[in-house]
Design a protein around this ligand. Structure first.
Ligand code: NAD
Length: 294
C-alpha cells in the first residue's frame, strides 16, 4: 500500500476545497472528517432536515473532541465553519473533489453525478461512496469518466481507518492519486482496488451477515450473538452493526452481490433484514432496527 501511495503521489492534485453530496449517515460523517482535518467542505442535500441533522452530528463529534481535551472551543468553531451546508450547486465550480454519498440506488446516483458534472470544472474529481454499485456502470452517466472513481468510507467515518479507492476502467492515474492523497490527508488508510461487485471489504463482510441471518432463521437470539462476537473480539456484533449501517443500504448491497455472484452470494430465503426493511425498521436512522434507539 505504501509503495503505491508513493507512486501515485507524483501525479496527485491537492484537494483544498471538497464537497459532499448527501448529508446522511455517511455524507455527514465525511463532511465532519474533512472539516476536522482542515479542508473547507460544502455539504449538499436535497432536504433541509438532512442538512440540519448532518450539522448536528458534526457538532457532536467536535464537542466530543473538546470534552476529551483534543480541541478547544475555538478549534471547534473553526472546524464547524469549514462545513458549508447548501441545497444548491452554487460554488461547486471551485471544488477540487466531490464525494457523492446519496442513497444506494444506481438511477439516483447516475442522475446526481451527471447533474454535478455540469456544475464543476473539467479538473474536478468525482468520487462515489457507493458500498457496492459498479464504478464502471456509474461512469456511463458521465462525460469525463477519467475523473471518476470510488472512494468508499466505512461507518462510522470518524472511527474507521480504511478507505477503499476503487479504480474504474476509465479512471485516470491522476484521479486515483488525488483521492489516495486526499484519504491520507483525512487521516485514513487508502487501499486501491479494481472495480467489482462489493469491492473488497463487503465481499468479506456480507457472507458474515449471511451467517448471522441464517442463525436468526434457525432461532438464535440476535442480542446473544452480538455478545458472543464481542467476546470473540470484534468491536460490535452483527445485529448492532446492521443497525449502524442501515437495513436499506445493506439490502441494496445484498442485491448487488447476488447479481454479481449468483452462485456464491444469492440468498433465496427471506431474512430478518428483509422483514426489517418491510417494516421500515432501518436501524439507528429510523430509531429502531434489531434494537430500539431513543
Ligand atoms: P442515508 O440514507 O443516511 O443518506 C442519504 C442522503 O442522501 C439523505 O440525506 C438524502 O436526503 C440525500 N439525497 C438523496 N438524493 C440526493 C440528491 N439528489 N442530492 C443530494 N442529496 C441527496 O444513506 P447513507 O447510509 O449515508 O449512505 C449513503 C451512501 O454511502 C450509499 O451509497 C451507501 O451505500 C454508502 N455507504 C453507506 C454505509 C453505511 O454504513 N450506511 C457505509 C459505506 C458506504
Amino acid at each position: 500500500i505504501k509503495k503505491k501511495g508513493k507512486k501515485y503521489a507524483k501525479v496527485a492534485h491537492e484537494v483544498k476545497q471538497a464537497a459532499v453530496l448527501g448529508a446522511g449517515i455517511m455524507g455527514g460523517g465525511i463532511a465532519y472528517q474533512s472539516a476536522y482535518k482542515g479542508v473547507p467542505t460544502l455539504m449538499k442535500d436535497i432536504k433541509e432536515e438532512a442538512i440540519d441533522q448532518g450539522l448536528e452530528e458534526a457538532a457532536k463529534h467536535f464537542a466530543k473532541g473538546v470534552e476529551r481535551g483534543k480541541l478547544d472551543n475555538r478549534a471547534m468553531a473553526e472546524g464547524m465553519s469549514r462545513i458549508r451546508p447548501t441545497l444548491s450547486y452554487a460554488e461547486f465550480d471551485h471544488v477540487d473533489a466531490v464525494i457523492e454519498a446519496v442513497v444506494e440506488n444506481p438511477k439516483v446516483k447516475k442522475s446526481v453525478l451527471a447533474e454535478t458534472e455540469e456544475k464543476v470544472s473539467d479538473q474536478t474529481i468525482l468520487a462515489s461512496n457507493t458500498s457496492s454499485i459498479s464504478i464502471d456502470d456509474l461512469a456511463t452517466a458521465l462525460k469525463r469518466p477519467e475523473n471518476f472513481l470510488g472512494m468508499h468510507f466505512f461507518n462510522p467515518v470518524h472511527r474507521m481507518p480504511l478507505v477503499e479507492v476503487i479504480r474504474g476502467k476509465a479512471t485516470s492515474e491522476e484521479a486515483v492519486a488525488t483521492v489516495v492523497d486526499f484519504a491520507h490527508k483525512l487521516g485514513k488508510t487508502p487501499i486501491v482496488v479494481n472495480d467489482c461487485p462489493g469491492f473488497l471489504v463487503n465481499r468479506i463482510l456480507f457472507p458474515y451477515f449471511f451467517g448471522f441471518q441464517q442463525l436468526i432463521a434457525d432461532g438464535a437470539d440476535f442480542a446473544k450473538i452480538d455478545k458472543v462476537m464481542e467476546k470473540f473480539g470484534w468491536p460490535m456484533g452483527p445485529a448492532y452493526l446492521s443497525d449502524v449501517v442501515g437495513m436499506d443500504t445493506s439490502q441494496h448491497v445484498e442485491e448487488v452481490l447476488a447479481a454479481g455472484y449468483p452462485d456464491r452470494m444469492k440468498q433465496d430465503e427471506k431474512s430478518s433484514l428483509d422483514v426489517m426493511v418491510e417494516n421500515n425498521r432501518l436501524g439507528q436512522k429510523t430509531g429502531s432496527g434489531y434494537y430500539k434507539y431513543e
